[in-house]
Design a binder for this molecule. Structure first.
Ligand code: HEM
Length: 417
């Protein structure tokens, strides 16, 4: 879910995922993660071996995949999922005091998931299920809403932690922060034109406003550049002048080039610095002088994944569904990655490793049986196809049942006479 707040000080964009953690902390990992998750360059098939290979060698990602393999991975539609901007934002109030904040959008419809078989059944008949559900709810006046709240820590709280609160691959630990409600997001109308209002929208986490200088972590620093870059390419350099993106307030030297250019500020200076009252760089007077020094470590911490399995998954039934999904995802994984996958599960939690191994054996046997059955069926009942031959197809004996093309009345065209 991506949200744009059109404030009087400019746009604030919060881009959210439906799970509260991300895969890695190094912005340069994006390329490798996307390659590992997407299709194999030779077979053009999704390749779970490369996904697990990457994840085992960069194990920060395992926590994120655990969330996806649990009930939280398949919410029952957009209305019934929470949304998380993930990073720890630095916020300054008018007294110049800093707070560190994680925002959360909590669904007021209540979170509810689909099981994997339910999702597969829906996907087979309705690929628009999520969008349709959201559209119909808004259409019938049953406006979906989210509570926006923030988890807060003071600079003093931060000093006392035994974990890095800026690490996007982990949750804040219980008892180390307090939560403050700050508002509601209500979806109370449809867009008028999907292209104009959605496809042309440019959400950019670097769109920040006074008082919110933004998160300090390295991933966010990377994101400040990536989005601008892709949006310049996708929508042109003046994408802030497209209707849906236009801020209520902006100062810029970007004005000519690919449309829309709108009023291009006549002969106001288009360079900086200048002596003709052009915009000057924004300086946040409230931003604290003292900079926080965050030392990031490369050490691999499997504790978040352990915590997820033992404490986030709230009961045995959920744990069982998670393990089944995990086991099924491991079936196509080939050596040596599969052995390493079990070794990693073992390092995370022994109970998890043992149960995943047993579920994997069952899933593997089921997949093999399915494959054998498909092969047997294939040999038995290959449908006979009647291709046209040189003699031509046999003639239809009911010559009256032809479409009459070219008839002027529209209903005649559809009639079979
Ligand atoms: C290095 C890390 C990341 C990179 C390089 C990256 C890159 C991108 C790019 C290029 C887009 C397309 C933007 C556009 O065409 O308008 C995008 C979209 C998006 N990203 Fe990221 N992203 C990263 C991390 C994240 C994280 C941590 C989050 C969650 C907080 C996130 C949430 C989103 C969302 C929600 C969208 C869709 C926005 C829309 O609806 O237009 N991304 N990302």
């Amino acid at each position: 879910m991506a949200t744009k707040f059109y404030t009087k000080d400019g746009n604030l964009d919060l881009l959210s995922l439906s799970v509260p953690v991300y895969l890695y902390n190094d912005p340069l990992s994006f390329l490798d993660a996307i390659h590992a998750i997407k299709k194999n360059p030779q077979t053009n098939l999704f390749d779970l071996t490369s996904l697990y290979d990457f994840t085992i060698l960069k194990p920060t990602a395992i926590h994120f995949f655990f969330w996806l393999l649990s009930d939280y991975g398949i919410p029952n539609g957009y209305r019934r999922m929470d949304a998380f901007p993930i990073h720890t934002y630095e916020l300054a109030n008018i007294h110049g005091e800093t707070h560190y904040v994680r925002f959360n959008f909590r669904t007021e419809q209540g979170f509810s998931p689909l099981t994997t078989p339910q999702a597969a059944a829906i996907q087979a008949v309705d690929l628009d299920y999520f969008t349709r559900d959201l559209y119909n709810a808004i259409d019938s006046g049953d406006y979906p809403a989210w509570k926006l709240e923030m988890d807060v820590m003071t600079p003093h709280d931060i000093q006392k932690l035994d974990y890095n609160p800026f690490d996007v691959s982990r949750l804040w630990k219980n008892g180390t922060f307090f939560t403050v409600p700050i508002g509601r997001l209500v979806l109370n109308k449809h867009v008028e034109n999907h292209f104009r209002d959605v496809e042309q929208a440019a959400y950019n986490p670097g769109h920040l406003v006074p008082g919110i200088p933004g998160p300090v972590d390295f991933l966010f620093r990377g994101r400040r550049m990536f989005y601008r870059d892709t949006q310049n390419y996708r929508l042109g350099r003046n994408n802030n002048k497209i209707l849906v993106n236009t801020p209520l307030y902006e100062k810029t030297y970007v004005r000519d080039g690919r449309p829309p250019t709108k009023l291009n500020m006549k002969n106001a200076p288009n360079y900086y610095p200048n002596s003709f009252h052009g915009p000057v760089p924004y300086v946040d007077e409230h931003r604290p002088w003292k900079k926080l020094l965050v030392l990031e470590s490369n050490a691999v911490d499997l504790e978040p994944a352990w915590y997820f399995y033992n404490h986030i998954l709230e009961d045995e039934a959920h744990r069982e569904r998670f393990i089944t999904n995990l086991a099924v995802s491991l079936v196509p994984v080939t050596p040596p990655v599969i052995q390493r996958a079990f070794k990693m599960l073992h390092l995370i939690d022994e109970d998890l490793a043992k149960r995943a191994r047993a579920a994997y054996d069952v899933a593997l046997a089921a997949a093999m049986a399915l494959q054998a059955a498909a092969k047997a069926t294939d040999q038995g009942v290959t449908p006979k196809r009647n291709y046209p031959t040189a003699e031509g197809p046999s003639k239809h004996n009911d010559t009256k049942r032809v479409y009459r093309l070219g008839i002027h009345h529209e209903h005649d065209f559809m009639d079979h006479h």
